[in-house]
Write a protein that binds this ligand. Structure first.
Ligand SMILES: Cc1cc2nc3c(=O)[nH]c(=O)nc-3n(C[C@H](O)[C@H](O)[C@H](O)COP(=O)(O)O)c2cc1C
Length: 212
């Protein structure tokens, strides 16, 4: 009860404080533990069958960031922020099942029979065709991307999610294997200027009670 209250209010504060920052202090390095802390929190996101359909490419090398700049159509946060993070969705996440459930039977979380049934279900779903794998990659990795941005804010860092990049050029530049699809680029760093104000639709605008 006590914990729930504290966590909820902290998360609400972080959600309200996050915004898309486009002006960063240049030349600042993110401590390794901070980056790892953010990734650890991002990785607590839920995913279908716990297949954890995400990977994060973190680019901090100045020259590489410069090469990403034209790929992101010159958006200057790509060059100025301490890091550029590319969230990848795993289109073949069924292949993660062994790792995700390693030791689950031995630890008594599930029976061998339940594990077999689960793996059958997963593989049958993915055998329906590549479209499912792509949809699942986007859907599931998006949760981790959102958690990454909130986690970053909790560590005092800012982000800007970006869909404005050339995915073909990005794949080539970073040698992204076919299995993974880039779902979002994000800048990560220390704000120089706050984001511009943005508004939101009201609850009445977004709520549909029961049915349309
Ligand atoms: C999928 C997605 C793609 C976006 N692409 C870009 C982008 O390419 N460049 C940019 O400056 N902002 C981009 N944004 C940021 C939005 O403009 C921003 O989230 C929105 O205006 C609300 O502002 P706020 O995040 O500061 O609250 C993107 C956001 C999302 C979720």
């Amino acid at each position: 009860m006590y914990m729930a209250t504290v966590v909820a209010s902290t998360i609400a504060d972080i959600m309200k404080a996050r915004s898309s920052v486009r002006a960063y202090q240049k030349g600042k390095t993110i401590p390794k533990e901070t980056l790892r802390g953010i990734l650890e929190l991002a990785g607590t996101a839920p995913s279908a069958w716990n297949l954890q359909h995400w990977k994060f490419i973190v680019v901090q090398n100045e020259e590489r960031k410069q090469r990403l700049l034209p790929i992101a159509y010159g958006q200057k946060q790509v060059a100025d922020a301490s890091a550029v993070v590319i969230v990848l969705g795993d289109t073949q996440a069924n292949k993660n099942a062994e790792k995700a459930y390693a030791g689950a039977v031995e630890a008594g979380y599930m029976t061998q029979e339940a594990k077999n049934t689960l793996f059958n279900n997963i593989n049958q779903a993915y055998a329906r065709g590549p479209e499912l794998g792509v949809h699942e990659a986007i859907r599931n990795a998006a949760f981790a991307a959102m958690q990454f941005m909130l986690a970053a804010k909790s560590f005092g860092l800012d982000t800007c999610p970006m869909g404005g990049y050339d995915p073909v050029a990005l794949r080539k530049e970073l040698n992204i294997p076919e299995r993974y699809t880039p779902i979002l680029m994000m800048s990560l760093g220390y704000a120089e200027k706050p984001a511009h104000e943005t508004g939101r639709f009201s609850v009445d605008d977004i709520l549909v009670e029961e049915t349309f």
